[in-house]
Design a protein around this ligand. Sequence first.
Ligand code: AMP
Ligand code: GLY
Length: 425
Amino acid sequence: MKILVLGSGAREHAIILSLRSETAGHEIFAAPGNAGIAQDAHLVEVDPLDGSAVAAFANEHGIDLVVVGPEAPLVAGVADVLRERGIPVFGPGKAAAQLEGSKTFAKRIMDAAGVPTGRAVRAASLAEVEAAFDEFGAPHVVKADGLAAGKGVIVTSDRAEALAHAEHYLPSGAVLIEEFLTGAEVSLFFLSDGDTVRALTPAQDFKRALDGDAGPNTGGMGAYSPLPWLAEDHGSVEEFVAEVTATVAEPVIRQLDAEGTPFIGLLYAGLILTPAGVRVIEFNARFGDPETQVVLPRLRTPLSELLFAAASGTLEDQPQPEFSDDVAITVVLASEGYPESPQTGRMIEGLAEAASVEGVRVVHAATAGPDAPGGALIATGGRVLNVVATGSDFADARARAYEAIGRIRLDGGHYRSDIAARVAQ
Ligand code: AMP
Ligand code: GLY
């Protein structure tokens, strides 16, 4: 197949590596991609937010499938434009992408579909925020309604800090005040063609910037899969996945279909396993980053077949996706100052040494150059690289991931040292 992937992060690089590992031998294009993706796909100078430009490129080059990586093109309606023009696209239209684009929309859908989630109130003024804080008590959970690049949520017992966060986001609309939930967090992805649902396999993301879950929330500093402790608490991973499919994914997909806005693409359920049961803390309308980097290396079913079936309404004919028993871990290397004020433009060295560690892939998140032989590789964003290690057990995969990331040189670069520590003992 000829496949065009929209996006420029580690998630898109991981998707492309999976597509490339298939025996089918696809021709892969990426818009805009990054320096790592350039080694695995043809980079294309098309604005991923411009649906007409993407459609024109797809038609001109006979693209069989467009895979939308990030949320921004989805919320901008790029998938709608492609679908209207008969181009198979993996990614929901603008209306269904509101599941990620608006927290209040997501809550409404969950209420209508009977999906378990935290109690929340929408607050449009500081007085309403204060009233909700009084009702729920501390710690306070405040969520910006719209897309906020991972910065929209604050969880804090400091009421003044929570109020300041609400005050910052109120001018752009309402905020959501939610009850505080405790428990382990799990990310679970579902593919859908608008009707049929197919689950992938659970992963855990590390959202906070620093070891021990300290520091501010980030886009994600690392991940691992599978989650062995899930089997202890829920009988088996399969039972857990079946439960969440039946109580979360299928009702949401049915509800969106009933409202005339079918969800075609990847439904990301961010779950928290509270003592009272599984609760949804967020939905995303695309693959998670960095969870994708540990889920896809374990996927045995050809990814292109699943994505194409979802895009073309034939997921029902596909078998359940299968996963290997191997483990996968990813550690994110971030720029100095990430997430508050990442310092970009710095040189990265040592990638070849890192990639030479057995079972390790270096996936690029925000890199540019080298355009000329001998040119430098430069960090262009907050999360710069992901080191991904696979293996037969966590202690071994973890040791290799950290050996590899230790070989990479980026001035001021930082990473968490406790990714998957809990499962590696
Ligand atoms: P979100 O962007 O909604 O995933 O929120 C980011 C992070 O904030 C989540 O991964 C949780 O760690 C935390 N969080 C969100 N909602 C809650 C909640 N109701 N109770 C406790 N923590 C939460
Ligand atoms: N890892 C969190 C996200 O992709 O939103």
